[in-house]
Design a protein around this ligand. Structure first.
Ligand code: PMP
Length: 383
């Protein structure tokens, strides 16, 4: 029996074309990209080419791309970097209630250290941030506001442009974690008025362990580096570059930009058919997150009366995920679903299905079958 991978939001498979683009660097790519000899210059040229593609994916400039080890580091750099570059100045930070742990945790730590006062922006029951709520919270001492483009658990989209417009008027930096959005739906940081964007290679069928913070000339000047050393990446991220990873990230960004529209249509149709057939077959299947403003690849479903962990365990060989996480020996419900006003019970009964480039109708057929069997079994066993 074939395996089915429906956990693209956690990590997507490496596109063979990306692997092919990385191969020459892995096998023949000699030299530090900072070295001035011909070997180093060749590596630097490959990095610069990737920089163009990564920038183009989000409507930024190549000169604004700071390569990092992933979106986690990009988010840390944006938040911590902005606070450290603004000592004694603006010292309040606004972060949405549904951010990834690398934003939420960093903001909390900065607040615990007494470096910022943290205000959390609540979301609607549909899982998105209302621009009017942000507007009410804005003041003139805010260093940075962080609101993600698309949520990894629900796929729900935020009205980034409307929020950015309001934030910019206060002079605060506006950071947007576009890790799940990039490559799936159009995102143009310049048109939206976003100052800093976080991205990750392995969410767009590129390699893991590489990502970027993309800024503007002005916004990058308002950051302090986290990693100090040889002054790479405009002094914002020291460390010899991961050339093969960066080249793979660039290739993935290029392919995503070229194929995004068609891919989203195909994947969206598969996702919609999956959800409607599931709801037609199984009673009491609820959707988490506003379905009218959502990534085309994501469905977060609550199977009422069926524990999500038990459902997932019975779905093998279909890989999906649950938002609840094991923390210090006890299972914690998804903070995202709780922030949307869902009960603990609903959070523990919710499963995320995330599709992508290589998902087929056959995958969906098997997933439907396994999901129905698993949910019915768990409901009977625990009902
Ligand atoms: N932000 C979001 C929204 C994510 O979904 C993820 C990955 N789960 C990250 C940041 C972290 O990305 P990385 O794995 O590249 O550190």
């Amino acid at each position: 029996m074939g395996e089915v991978y429906l956990d693209y939001n956690a990590s997507s498979p490496l596109d063979p074309r990306v692997a092919e683009a990385m191969m020459p660097i892995l096998t023949d790519g000699v030299g530090n990209a900072s070295s001035v000899h011909r070997f180093g210059r060749r590596q630097a040229a490959a990095v610069d080419d990737a920089r163009e593609h990564v920038a183009a994916l989000v409507g930024g400039r190549a000169s604004g791309v700071v390569f990092t080890s992933g979106a986690t580091e990009a988010n840390n750099l944006a938040l911590q970097g902005a606070v450290e570059a603004s000592p004694g100045g603006r010292q309040r930070m606004l972060v949405s209630a549904v951010e990834h742990a690398s934003v939420a945790g960093t903001a909390r730590l900065l607040a615990d250290y007494g470096l910022v006062k943290l205000d959390v922006i609540e979301v609607t029951s549909g899982g998105f941030v209302e621009p009017a709520i942000v507007e009410e919270m804005l003041r003139d001492d805010i260093v940075l506001v962080s609101v993600m483009a698309a949520n990894s658990e629900t796929g729900v989209l935020n009205p980034v442009g409307e929020i950015a417009e309001r934030v910019r008027a206060t002079g605060a930096l506006f950071h947007c974690d576009a890790t799940q959005m990039a490559g799936r739906l159009p995102f143009n940081m310049e048109a939206l008025g976003v100052d800093l964007v976080s991205l990750s290679g392995h969410k767009i069928c590129g390699p893991g362990g590489v990502g970027a913070l993309v800024g503007t000339r002005q916004s990058l000047r308002r950051l302090e580096a986290l990693l100090h050393g040889g002054g790479h990446e405009r002094g914002l991220r020291s460390g010899s570059l991961n050339v093969a990873g960066i080249v793979g990230f660039g290739a993935a960004a290029r392919i995503a930009a070229e194929e995004r529209e068609q891919e989203s249509e195909t994947v969206g149709a598969l996702r919609d058919r999956f959800v409607s057939e599931l709801q037609a077959t199984l009673p009491r299947v609820l959707q988490n997150g506003d379905p009218s403003r959502r990534l085309p690849n994501t469905a977060n479903l609550c199977f009422v009366g069926a524990d999500a962990e038990a459902v997932m365990a019975n779905m093998d060989p279909v890989a999906v995920s649950i938002g609840s996480a094991c923390s210090a020996g006890s299972i914690e419900p998804s903070a995202v679903l709780l922030a949307m006003g869902r009960s603990h019970e609903t959070a523990f009964e919710s499963v995320r299905f995330s599709l992508g480039r290589f998902t087929t109708q056959g995958d969906i057929d098997l997933t439907l079958q396994r999901t129905v069997t698993a949910v019915e079994y768990v409901r009977i066993m625990t009902g």
